[in-house]
Design a protein around this ligand. Structure first.
Ligand code: ACM
Ligand code: ZN
Length: 764
């Protein structure tokens, strides 16, 4: 257990404390998410003794037990539990504060946590846990004491979630519990558990045993091979597939795992003690191949092959299939006490339904005019069943297409399709916001990721306006195709989870991104102590390509000051035996640096490549007859390489004011955008190119930014030394489903140049 490590450390601190004095600065501790109101007082409460945790209502027993375990972990001394009565720490419920809200009072004599329901009390416990950790960090080996204070705090959103996909790769009971521990520490209160998908079925269903006997196991698939390849190409151990996930039988090796119903109940209880509700998802009618492969009658016919993009779905035309779905959900309802259950409903290839006699008969019977209407009918049918069992249905935003019922909740994931969601919200449909461009935690992080999550409330305000009240929460989603291990899971989730926590919990009146970043430094140390393999933040101080004329300096900053930075200049991936960065490195010739950070425990950060390019100011192009703007050519390109765009058919030409996707372009998009950059003066210019998927920038025929290949939203940066005047520019870009493209140009002082001043195109 991870707590063990913290526990041992705390014992050392407390032992050392017997001879050392402890003190507090009196400033507000670095709590994340930032509380609404904290009043610091003089004095402190010592944890360095046997403590009694008392709880004033029986439904707090589990939470009290969890707090007692945390206290024991912290001090090495047992904390006793007392039902009723007057302990050193008293837990009580009240309905005098809003849902999830709490008050925490610490005096020299005792601690009281008063919360609305168990979740309110758990939120108070989370703040106390953070105060304990912060105190432990700053105790300098002295006694752990928490400062006297009074905290009044309430959540901004009722739903503060993380989605964990355990189908693409599996995570053990202990690994899920570790995530729950961290979630409760940061006041996240929903684990949306994606339990089934094409690649694996992870929850035992007694009535259909093959689902886990066979459906939980597979031969290595493309996801596993991708992880193996990434382990090698990036020399990153967290991409390694854990051996304990493999079942070897004779010559056959299978990957997999599942949760027994007993284990599910254990995890649900564990979450509940921490104020977290687990919301299960059994994704249907698509993403069901793990079930269909073992019960083939679930499909429309014999053809179980994949469509163009998505797997073959179940057949909503057959009554037997509907009964199967209801049987599954009956068992799910009995395992999960949560108010909500997620039906999935995303990415359904409905082409089999067009020709299936049972589906056609169903459509005729109910007057359904399209297969989308058939999916909608299926969702409504299932929702009625959910409601009969006292459950509320959630579905991915595709479910809006055929009209959602008044009791359903929509989970908005398609960033590129906000309008139907805003419309549904305006009609009162509750929305959970997790648009992929911002909230998909499996996407690579760049320098903007944290800020984009943190400031998402501003975007929501402009999108939902007066209907913002329909947004009941926010959520980060981790799909695990490229996440085979707990270490990788943590690398992808942290520290973004902290920005999400503050977005979800803290009132806009007390939020500040600068303040958050300052507090984050303390939390790097806390996460280190909790043995969380958080991603070491981006290295700062350079671009992907840095242009210089005479000489330059590689000067690196990292927000996590405990990280160590190693580098090579021969292209090889650095290890801890490579040159260690100890301060500014002078550069006088073109040099390729490969950098890698390592945490204080030796864990690996990402591999970063940066080129310092020595060049002279390139001469401008001769003057041309020009008009403002850029010219875009849209090709019907379905591939994944910018250099191949013009192998596809040209679909249209468009004048643009700036680098962007023409409004008319949709579906397969391959763009070639050309024009001139009119450099206002001789100098070094910085280009920032953000895209989903790939993009490439060439200036004066030279590649300045290579952001090519299929990828999630990602920004790359490059510089070029340019003489005053015109320079030919070409931006290439491709995407196949709702992409993003944006470019900014900055002058030597870091000012963003306005598009109308810099882009010109030759008049035809
Ligand atoms: C999803 O990402 N298909 C919900
Ligand atoms: Zn069918």
């Amino acid at each position: 257990m991870k707590n063990l490590r913290f526990r041992l450390y705390a014992i050392v601190c407390i032992t050392a404390c017997l001879t050392a004095a402890c003190s507090y600065s009196g400033s507000t501790p670095d709590i994340i998410p930032v509380p609404e109101n904290v009043r610091m007082k003089s004095g402190a409460f010592s944890l360095d003794r046997d403590l009694v945790v008392s709880y004033l209502s029986e439904d707090l027993a589990q939470a009290a037990g969890y707090l007692a375990a945390e206290l024991s972990g912290m001090s090495g001394q047992d904390a006793a539990l007392l039902s009723g009565g007057n302990g050193d720490i008293v837990l009580r419920v009240t309905d005098a504060v809003p849902d999830g809200a709490y008050g925490l009072d610490i005096t020299g004599k005792g601690i009281t946590i008063t919360g609305n329901g168990t979740d309110g009390v758990c939120n108070g416990i989370a703040t106390l846990r953070q105060l304990m950790c912060i105190a432990s960090l700053s105790s300098g080996g002295g006694a752990v004491t928490v400062p006297c204070c009074s905290v009044k705090d309430a959540p901004e959103f009722g739903w503060r979630g993380i989605m964990l996909d355990v189908a693409r790769h599996f995570f053990t009971v202990e690994e899920v519990k570790d995530l729950l521990d961290a979630m409760s520490f940061y006041k996240l209160n929903r684990l949306h558990w994606h339990l089934t998908d094409d690649q694996g079925w992870r929850v035992e269903i007694k009535k259909y045993p093959l689902l886990t006997e066979k459906g939980a196991w597979r031969h290595f698939n493309n996801h596993d091979r991708m992880c193996q390849s990434l382990e090698k190409s990036t020399a990153t151990s967290s991409f390694r597939i854990p051996e304990e996930r493999l079942a070897v039988s004779g010559r056959d090796t299978l990957y997999g795992g599942f949760y027994t119903q007993e284990e599910i109940r254990e995890i649900v209880d564990y979450a509940s003690a921490r104020g977290i509700e687990i919301v299960p998802e059994v994704d249907m009618p698509g993403h069901m191949l793990a079930a269909i492969a073992n019960y083939p009658w679930l499909a429309c016919g014999d053809d179980l092959s994949w469509g163009e993009l998505f797997s073959c779905p179940i057949c909503p035309g057959k009554d037997r299939v509907l009964d199967f779905c209801k049987d599954i959900y009956s068992e799910i309802f009995s395992l999960f006490p949560s108010e909500y259950v997620h039906i999935g409903g995303d990415e359904v290839d409905q082409s089999n339904w067009e020709t299936c006699p049972a589906c056609r008969a169903r459509m005729k019977e109910h007057g359904l005019e399209s297969t989308s209407a058939l999916q909608s009918w299926f969702t409504h049918e299932m929702e009625a069943f959910f409601n009969q069992h006292g459950k509320k249905l959630i579905c991915w935003d595709e479910g809006i297409a055929g009209g959602l019922s008044e009791t359903a909740t929509v989970m908005w994931w398609r960033s590129w399709s906000p309008d139907p969601v805003a419309e549904a919200a305006s009609e009162g449909t509750p929305v959970i916001a997790c648009p992929n461009a911002t909230f998909y935690l499996d996407y690579a992080q760049d320098s903007k990721s944290m800020g984009n999550i943190y400031r998402f409330d501003e975007e929501m305000a402009s999108m939902f306006g007066e209907h913002s009240g329909s947004v009941i929460g926010v959520q980060g989603n981790l799909w695990t195709e490229k996440v085979p291990s707990a270490a990788r899971m943590q690398h992808m989730i942290f520290p973004r989870l902290l920005a999400l926590a503050e977005l979800g919990w803290s009132s806009p009146d007390v939020k500040s991104f600068d303040g958050f970043n300052a507090r984050l430094r303390t939390h790097f140390a806390i996460m280190d102590r909790m043995d969380i393999d958080y991603r070491i933040p981006d290295l700062e101080g350079f671009y992907d390509v840095n242009s210089f004329v005479d000489s330059a300096v590689l000067e690196i900053n990292c927000q996590d000051t405990s990280a160590r930075i190693f580098y090579t200049i021969d292209g090889s991936i650095p290890d801890m035996g490579s040159a260690e960065y100890g301060g500014p490195v002078p550069v006088t010739a073109t040099t390729d640096f490969t950098l890698r950070t390592f945490g204080s425990d030796g864990r690996q950060g990402e591999v970063v490549r940066t080129q310092f390019r020595k060049e002279s100011y390139s001469s401008p192009h001769a003057a041309v007859d020009a008009e403002p703007g850029l010219l875009a050519q849209w090709y019907d390109y379905a591939g994944n390489l910018c250099s191949e765009i013009e192998t596809a058919k040209l679909k249209g030409k468009y004048m643009l004011e700036d680098v962007s996707i023409p409004e008319a372009a949709a579906g397969n998009i391959g763009l070639i955008i050309r024009g001139y950059f009119d450099a206002p003066e001789t100098g070094i210019y910085t280009f920032r190119l953000f895209s989903d998927d790939g993009s490439v920038l060439r200036v004066d025929g030279e590649t300045v930014i290579d952001n090519d290949g299929a990828h999630s939203p990602y920004e790359k940066t490059g510089q070029k030394s340019l003489g005053k005047g015109l320079h030919p520019v070409e931006v290439r870009y491709f995407d196949h489903n709702g992409g993003l493209l944006e470019m900014k140009v900055l002058d030597r002082n870091g000012n963003v140049l306005s598009p109308e001043e810099i882009w010109v195109v030759e008049t035809e």
